[in-house]
Ligand binder design. Structure first.
Ligand SMILES: NC(=O)c1ccc[n+]([C@@H]2O[C@H](COP(=O)([O-])OP(=O)(O)OC[C@H]3O[C@@H](n4cnc5c(N)ncnc54)[C@H](OP(=O)(O)O)[C@@H]3O)[C@@H](O)[C@H]2O)c1
Length: 285
């Protein structure tokens, strides 16, 4: 019977807790990843191969499912070759509900041709039941290091002392689960933020207190940031320039507003940055 939920991005910071929330509620999941053999065996979860770059994986992934959690690939600038064909295939195969993980302030990003807004519009006009979630910047960005995994001992970004309404991806997962389990979220678009907006200096101070050694915040220039990314070698020039647009947005205050959607949907306050650091302190040790 087609009653499973296909979770794209099953291994992501959102996907992992989301699948736990859903299986705890008795849902059956197809967990999409490029490396299903790495997915931990979990009752009620079938790990399957899915790769946005391999359209031949779309149909087998969708088989036996009736709902889809669509997490576009991060910094995917061409949804017309990835997420949009997946929506088309999902509709063709009788999926009746799609939850799209989009992003905060994407209208501004659209000016750079980022593509997420056109993806939202495509989903809305497709006629399928949908919910769109627009999360702010994830707290988990601090875990890997904003620039590269080796830079956990300092935070360097070209955002001066501007503030961001960071959200724990665990809360994004909790909201996503609610939209799938409860009724009343169809046709809605929610912006998801934490309960406070913090500068990188404030974040560095909270991390330093939590791990009991100093992790400084060093505001850098865009050119210094470009140099760091190029040295890291994991991002295309186009992706680097998109990140520069995000950083410009931070400086201009696009990500400072606080929304109440998280507490309204999951009936508790969002996780604070301090709580996030406490639960992840080992990462910095
Ligand atoms: N990070 C943020 O601040 C932020 C803010 C707003 C929205 N979002 C959105 O939230 C979602 C999750 O972000 P995250 O930071 O939690 O992600 P993440 O932990 O960095 O994980 C990236 C995910 O993308 C998947 N992926 C990468 N390339 C893929 C491909 N070619 N085909 C299929 N899957 C692919 C990976 O799957 P594999 O298992 O195959 O590696 C993995 O599950 C994304 O859609 C992101 O755009 C993020």
């Amino acid at each position: 019977m087609s009653n499973k939920i296909l979770v794209i991005g099953a291994m992501s910071n959102v996907g992992r807790p989301l699948i736990k929330f859903l299986t705890n509620k008795g849902e059956y999941i197809k967990a999409a990843t490029r490396n299903p053999s790495l997915y931990p065996a979990t009752l009620g979860v079938e790990a399957i191969t899915f790769d946005f770059d391999k359209p031949e994986t779309y149909m087998p992934a969708l088989e036996g499912t009736n709902r889809l959690v669509l997490m576009p690939r991060g910094l995917d600038t061409e949804p017309e070759t990835t997420a949009i064909p997946l929506i088309d295939q999902a509709i063709k195969m009788g999926i009746h509900y799609i939850v799209l993980i989009s992003g905060i302030a994407i209208e501004e990003m659209e000016k750079e041709g980022y593509g997420l807004l056109s993806l939202e519009k495509y989903l809305i006009s497709s006629g399928i039941d949908y919910t769109i979630l627009r999360p702010s910047w994830f707290m988990s960005l601090f875990i890997r290091g904003f620039i590269n995994p080796k830079q956990k001992d300092r935070i360097c970004l070209p955002v001066e002392y501007a503030k961001i309404s960071f959200i724990d991806p665990y809360d994004v997962a909790a909201v996503t689960a609610s939209t799938l389990i409860e009724t009343g979220h169809q046709g809605k678009t929610y912006t998801l933020t934490g309960s406070e907006a913090l500068s990188l200096q404030e974040c560095a101070d909270i991390i330093s207190q939590g791990v009991e050694y100093n992790i400084p915040y060093i505001p850098i220039t865009e050119d210094e940031m470009r140099h760091e990314y190029k040295t890291w070698g994991q991002m295309s020039s186009k992706q680097i320039e998109y990140m520069m647009w995000f950083f410009k947005g931070v400086r201009e205050g696009w990500y400072t507003d606080i929304y109440s959607s998280v507490s309204e949907i999951i009936k508790r306050e969002p996780i604070t940055f301090k709580q996030f650091v406490e639960k992840n302190a080992d990462i910095w040790k």
